[in-house]
Design a protein around this ligand. Structure first.
Ligand code: NOJ
Length: 741
């Protein structure tokens, strides 16, 4: 027992020292003076967050009377309180009726829009258009901030390699490089250049960390990954968010290699706060402090509070463990007062950055709220972002785009005239009635001579087939069939995982019946995750992946269907051939026995291919692009030189179009094995028919670095392959040698 206690108190000393260093360096005078005036109870109040009202986004906790608690200085932040008037009312209590008048932070899950709903984040990531992604976050911030919200629990930057996991819809897909770029863009969009302005909001990078690596793709499940995988795959988007200035981070629900993230001091104190120098604050996830009891890591609520505070969790969302136990823990010497002061300083500093000490009511403006929410400008931008997010997966014989003068179009399927699901999960204050459905979008796009026939065919889920015969009858009358199939919004998102990722219910059967009519069929998919699509990919001539596009679903899809816009999205995540391949991702390792189906003694399956159905980075266009052979500025690159990798891309088709030119590398031999490909750059370019553009990517030693056997980040000299192309599979290849230092 003894040596353990000595060890623990050594850890405690280190943490006390680093805590006071933090306080000395970051406290400004105003905050220092405020801190001096605060009682221990008031300090702990600042570390406490509750959900307001009945709009819960997690299991209900013990009921409290928020107004009374605010008055007593026992709340630092509320989540789920919205609306300029409501938040002003609550802020007035904090500012005018609590002893110290410290303003509240109002948090909400503004994940892909506030009232104007943009595509789900996975869809937006498919645009590979960082300025569009930034702009979408910007509009979300403008709307939310006008309605009293000054803190969003976004961006969710969890890498996801398992499509069963429902929260795959909320992030940017499987790749750490793309994930990091998108994380930066989203933080910039929410926070702008000046977090103190009344139209910017505080970002929160979540869920720290590796939440997406949930075993078996089941939400909240155990995560057990190597430290190398953690640092190389799961952490880069978080680091990027911290570098971009994200003011807050949120703990993940999961355990990571035996330690729940909320109690994981390595992650929070060591990596985030010390190595990365993060000076914002960390909030737990909903009740995740107390859930450490269920994990089997904490004895009771009091122990959980102690562990979370030692680990560096500054604010308690919804478990009320801090408010219940922290004062006692401090008085009994279990938690050093300096840790409380650090947490409070972090929270107050962020409140100051957000401008709350200058004007606590700057976010509560009913006039701005009326003027800005869902306005025409925001709608137009949402339509633009939505059409950029659409991915063309197949287009045999130029089935698409359709002629807007067609005589009769049959629009079939449970998502064709759906006024609910296209909003997707986490749709904040988005309202069903705001959705422009696909049916409406198509009717507005076609000529006045075109008849648009409609039938639902079947439900999204379930066994009912009563509508199917009618749908086939309708389909038979048309020149072309558009089948709008996929998932409901509740099939993805938190706690909504699927054990089968095919088209749900009887939808595949409906599609088969439509195809059997012999009419050309266009499949419009709406879904929150990759689906298994082997039959459609072999039998349906045109397939559009549209994700869940939000308010402007109909116009955006119609723009693409009828060729007003040329699709340019690329998959940010691999679409497996079959569920048995999952987890599947493009940046896998080589193994000692790589192979293809049917080869003996190889790393293959007996019954399905090894390759995915659609690879990461894949997406077609109505035009074609050709790539000239890769040119390197030199074949032997000195260690501190830059390798320039260029190609000239030409639009060889007859329509204007945008291409995402992607750069991948492979380190051919290293002291630890490296992935077969790693994305290291991309550029989205727009080309007129016949136009060419040279694209050059610069690679430095830093881009080639990885963690070696002792987990030191190094770049090892030797041979590297570089690949350039329009997806991760169909690429051109060249090679260079990096010379020793
Ligand atoms: C739990 C979710 O995991 C998290 O992402 C969200 O921000 C909180 N609930 C608050 O709604």
């Amino acid at each position: 027992m003894k040596p353990i206690r000595i060890f623990l108190s050594a850890i405690m000393m280190v943490s006390i020292l680093s805590v006071s260093v933090f306080a000395a360096q970051t406290q400004d005078r105003q905050i220092r003076l405020l801190l001096q005036r605060m009682t221990l109870e008031e300090k702990i109040g600042q570390l406490t967050q509750y959900s307001y009202g009945m709009d819960l986004t997690g299991p209900a906790g013990e009921p409290i009377k928020p107004e009374e608690e605010i008055r007593k200085g026992r709340i630092g932040s509320l989540l789920n309180a919205t609306g300029a008037e409501k938040t002003r009312e609550l802020q007035t209590i904090a500012v005018e009726e609590s002893r110290l008048g410290i303003p509240l932070l109002f948090g909400l899950d503004v994940i892909h829009g506030y009232r104007t709903i943009f595509p789900i984040p996975l869809g937006e990531a498919a645009s590979w258009d960082l300025s569009a992604i930034e702009q979408s976050a910007r509009i979300a911030a403008i709307e939310a901030s006008a309605a009293g919200v000054n803190w969003t629990f976004a961006p969710m930057v969890d890498i996801a390699r398992d499509p069963r996991w429902g929260r795959i819809m909320e992030g940017a897909g499987e790749d750490p490089y793309l994930g990091a770029e998108v994380a930066r863009a989203r933080v910039r969009g929410f926070q702008g250049n000046d977090l103190g302005r009344s139209d910017t909001i505080l970002a929160c990078a979540k869920h720290f960390a590796a939440y997406g690596a949930a075993q078996a793709g089941r939400d909240y499940s155990t995560v057990d990954i190597s430290r190398r995988t953690l640092h190389e795959i799961y952490l880069p988007p978080f680091k990027a968010a911290a570098e971009a200035g994200a003011g807050t981070f949120m703990n993940a629900f999961n355990e990571l290699n035996g330690i729940p993230c909320t109690g994981n001091r390595y992650l929070v104190r060591e990596v985030l706060k010390k190595r990365w120098g993060f000076d914002g604050f960390v909030v737990s996830d909903w009740d995740s402090i107390k859930e450490m009891i269920v994990h089997g890591f904490a004895e009771d609520g009091r122990h959980a509070a102690e562990l979370a505070m030692h680990a560096g969790c500054d604010m308690d969302m919804m478990s009320a463990a801090y408010i219940a136990h922290m004062a006692d823990l401090v008085r009994q010497g279990k938690v050093p007062p300096a840790q409380i002061d650090e947490a409070v300083t972090r929270i107050l500093s962020v409140k100051k950055r957000v401008g709350l000490f200058k004007d606590p009511y700057q976010y509560c403006s009913p006039e701005r709220e009326r003027e800005l929410l869902l306005n025409d400008k925001h709608q137009a931008i949402a339509r633009d972002v939505a059409r950029k997010s659409i991915v063309l997966l197949k287009n045999e014989n130029g089935t698409l785009p359709l002629d807007r003068d067609l005589k009769r179009i049959a629009l079939i399927g449970p998502l064709a005239d759906n006024q609910t699901d296209p909003l997707g999960s986490w749709s904040a204050k988005g309202e069903d009635k705001d959705i422009i459905t696909l049916r409406r979008g198509i009717m507005d796009a076609v000529s006045s001579n075109t008849e648009v026939l409609f039938a639902r065919g079947c439900d999204i889920d379930g066994e009912g087939t009563q509508d199917m015969a009618e749908a086939v009858r309708v389909a038979c009358k048309a020149d072309v069939i558009i089948a709008a199939l996929g998932e409901s919004k509740n099939m993805s998102g938190e706690a909504h995982c699927r054990g089968d990722i095919g088209l749900p219910g009887r939808q595949l059967e409906l599609l088969q019946k439509l195809q059997a009519t012999g009419k050309p069929v266009v499949l419009v998919l709406m879904n929150g995750r990759p689906l298994t699509l082997v039959w459609p990919s072999q039998n349906i001539p045109a397939i559009l992946e549209t994700w869940l596009l939000g308010t402007q679903t109909g116009p955006a899809i119609a723009d693409v269907l009828f060729g007003k816009v040329n699709p340019s999205g690329k998959l940010p995540v691999t679409f497996p051939y079959a569920l048995g391949q999952v987890p599947i991702f493009y940046n896998h390792k080589m193994t000692g026995r790589p192979g293809v189906k049917g080869q003996a003694y190889r790393s293959t399956y007996a019954d399905i291919p090894v390759e995915p159905l659609y690879p990461f980075g894949f997406g077609l266009s109505y035009t074609q692009f050709s790539y000239s052979p890769i040119r390197l500025n030199r074949a032997k690159v000195a260690y501190d030189e830059i390798a320039n990798v260029s190609t000239t891309v030409t639009n060889t088709g007859s329509r204007q179009g945008a291409e995402v030119v992607q750069l991948y590398i492979r380190d051919l031999k290293a002291s630890v094995t490296r992935p077969v490909k790693e994305l290291k750059g991309f550029s989205k370019i727009d080309l007129k028919p016949g136009e060419s553009r040279k694209v050059t990517f610069a690679l430095t030693a830093e881009d080639l670095a990885f963690y070696n056997q002792t987990m030191t980040k190094v770049t090892e000299p030797g041979k590297f392959e570089v690949f350039v192309g329009g997806n991760s599979r169909d690429v051109l290849k060249a090679e260079f040698t990096l010379l020793s230092k």
